[in-house]
Design a binder for this molecule. Sequence first.
Ligand code: 5AD
Ligand code: SF4
Length: 482
Amino acid sequence: MLNTIDLDKIDVTSAPPQEEPGRQYYFMAKCRQYTKRFVAEHGRCPTAHVQNYGCQMNARDSEKLTGILESVGYEITDTEEADFVIYNTCTVRENANNKVWGRLGYLGAYKKKHPQMKIALCGCMMQEAEVLEKLKKSYRYVNLVFGTHNIYKFAELLCTALAQEGMVIDVWEDTDKIVEDLPMERKYAFKSGVNIMFGCNNFCSYCIVPYVRGRERSRRPQDILREIERLAADGVVEIMLLGQNVNSYGKNLEKPMTFARLLSEIEQIEGIRRIRFMTSHPKDLSDELIEVMGKSKKICNHLHLPLQSGSSRILKEMNRQYDKEQYLALVGKIRKAVPDIALTTDIIVGFPGETEEDFSETMDVVRQVGYESAFTFIYSKRTGTPAAAKQDQVPEEVVKDRFDRLLKEVQECAFRRAEALTGRTEEVLVEEVNSQDCSLVSGRMGNNFIVHFPGGKELIGTIVNVRLKECKGFYFYGELAE
Ligand code: 5AD
Ligand code: SF4
């Protein structure tokens, strides 16, 4: 926890300060008065549950929410049967939304029996007008709704929601604000995500993210470096730099700075042994970055490079700003600079107008690149995006058939790539005791493959050499090596 401010010393009888993050600490102190009263009345701490949906950026935001809830005196629990439940939602595909609506119905039934409980919703889905309308109309039992731009105001909003009945809604259209130095919790002691930028300016034609996460904003390098230094001092050895498009980091800073330069500075921080980042847009991946990756001792040999489609025609329709040849040339350059790099990707099947020929181009790229892993998605129509207005949506059964064929190809390819590593000895960061067999621990290699091997919990958080004995497709069994 980065929070060093003593909330009990804050005077909550005076008016709240205007400046951030001081204002939020003031409201945290106020929330703490509420939790203290709760303890006096019930003889136990109030419990809170944070449910995360979606990407790594959301996961990091959920850690921030958890950090604040803990600071104000909530006990975090794994179950939704809690005094305070918050869903950090995702809306990138329709099924992400459906999950939330489903769970919310269940939560409403639970709340009927426990009327004291408070339900909060935040994240990308809340930025959509029709979602807000639906909530206001049919989900009156939700107590607090806020979006992606004002998540830093969580303590203030929580305070308001605790003090009153009914629904508190605060959703902003956009923001240029980045608030530093709020408390946050970490799921793992030894690794952490670090936001380097927020938002996206790319407007890929199928994607709702630019509409719900707003324009690109980069954090100042000194703030990022200071956060990582503190994490290192706290025992963190691996960091994952997070942004929708990390390769365009720094373009809108007062003093512009490239992502490659930022990486070089992070590399100097003592104690940090591994650096990962996500997500890279191929159009912005520079030669400078490839050079830095080639030389670095700390940047992991893994790159997530979303392809989306292998057809140049579809890529144009998607507004991706690269074509098949450019993508393949980029992969060639990266492989040359970092020969043992593991490549992973995102692919969408069934974009409007996708023909069998377009699809075979995607299959061709998959075969040529030989990804270590790929996330495959069925195109999901998102209201408000340019692609949603297209007439030539691909029939469901055609999409399903292509999806199955792609998945098979991707899996076979990943298996071949993994199998080729068998017998090698790799550096592994041990993450946890294996959930199925407690005589084993599980860890991750630089290339992001997972290996299970005999060992005890004292190894968690350390980097050890492991010999890969047997490949099981997406993971390995191994043994500690000298
Ligand atoms: N339909 C399907 N997949 C999508 N993605 C983004 N928007 C959509 C959509 N409308 C996928 C992209 C992106 C990943 C995070 O989600 O592949 O890289
Ligand atoms: Fe969406 Fe494209 Fe931005 Fe990624 S780069 S978040 S796919 S608009």
